[in-house]
Design a protein around this ligand. Structure first.
Ligand SMILES: O=C(O)CCC(=O)C(=O)O
Ligand SMILES: [Fe+2]
Length: 322
């Protein structure tokens, strides 16, 4: 079978968000469960995020990355205690990749007034752009995708027969990170350069907005042993599970490998990923009797400790190895 005949399942979430008849919610729960079990990914309509919010978000991303590079560098996430702000093109290189990713990114997270827990909680870095053209739409969008990410977690719990009440602990002060991304045109003269090289997302749920028509995302299909191109279509979100979900569900949900090679001819590609991980101190809601009691914070520390330093108290509090 050619890969262009295989597409990710399309789930209409409105049956869960706003059920019209008996069985609507259950159908969505089953469709999400099956898609995440088979692919680790699905496409979503009926997600409840207004088109004008999506458009404003993409405009904000465009405005942000069009700032002069010297201005963007002043906002470097490497200088910020909460890892918020700007990541330059070429700053991320995975082990084994010949060249670093070509993408540039900008991180926004929880807006907590003071830096706590090694900067997992704390204030954002807002670029010097007009509030109405940047901060307001970005924050509105953050809240909408925060809500959608939480809803998907809820559906995943129900899919494994657990009650949604588990979300109270899990989503108390959840780590939710929004990543704005711009990919430059792909350079065929640089073999081995990706927009984002092959990876799995390390955490919980990813809610991805792509600029319509700017294709480039590819998902690894285990059965076919091939990369599956994913279309960037208007008003369709891509949802996927990260390693935390793969591990905590005992493999019932997959964390699938994916990559981005900008397919737009001589044009940049914009996207925005919101990662919903969960409360730093929360443990596995996908298996409440999991004896390991591993926390979200322990997984985050493990993922980022090579890049950033964390205080000992936090490491002990989340139960990460010293
Ligand atoms: O931009 C995309 O389409 C995907 C981005 C992605 O996989 C990531 O940031 O983890
Ligand atoms: Fe990813």
């Amino acid at each position: 079978m050619a890969t262009d005949e295989v597409t990710l399942p399309l789930v209409d979430l409105s049956g869960y968000i706003n059920p019209q008849k008996p069985g609507d919610k259950e159908r969505v729960i089953a469709e999400v469960r099956d898609a995440c079990a088979k692919y680790g990914f699905f496409q979503a309509t009926g997600h409840g995020i207004p088109l004008d919010q999506q458009k404003s978000m993409l405009n904000s991303i465009d405005t942000l990355f069009n700032m002069p590079v010297e201005e963007k560098r002043k906002l470097s996430f490497l200088k910020n205690p909460c890892r918020r702000g700007y990541e330059e093109s070429g700053a991320s290189l995975r082990d084994g990749d010949p060249l670093p990713d070509s993408k540039e990114a900008y991180y926004i997270g929880r807006e907590d007034p003071v830096v706590e827990h090694s900067g997992f909680y704390g204030p954002n870095v807002w670029p010097p752009l007009p509030e109405e053209g940047f901060r307001n739409p970005v924050w509105e969008y953050y809240q909408s995708t925060h809500h959608l990410g939480q809803l998907i977690w809820e559906i995943l719990l129900l899919g494994l027969g657990h009650p949604v009440s588990l979300m109270e602990e899990f989503a108390k002060r959840p780590m939710v990170v929004l990543k704005m991304i711009r990919y430059p045109p792909h350079r065929s003269d640089l073999p081995g350069q990706f927009g984002v090289g092959p990876h799995t997302d390390f955490g919980g749920i990813t809610v991805l907005l792509q600029e319509a028509g700017k294709h480039g995302l590819q998902v690894w299909h285990e059965g076919l042993e091939q990369w599956l191109p994913v279309k960037a279509a208007k008003d369709i979100y891509i949802i996927n599970c990260g390693d935390m979900i793969g591990k905590w569900s005992g493999g019932q949900y997959k964390s699938a490998k994916h990559q981005v090679i900008n397919a737009a001819d001589n044009e940049a590609r914009l996207s925005c990923a919101t990662f919903f991980h969960g409360d730093l101190f929360a443990t596995n809601p996908l298996n409440p009797s999991d004896p390991h009691r591993e926390t979200v914070g322990a997984l985050l520390v493990k993922r980022f400790r090579n890049q950033f330093s964390f205080d000992k108290e936090l490491i002990a509090a989340v139960g990460a190895p010293a």
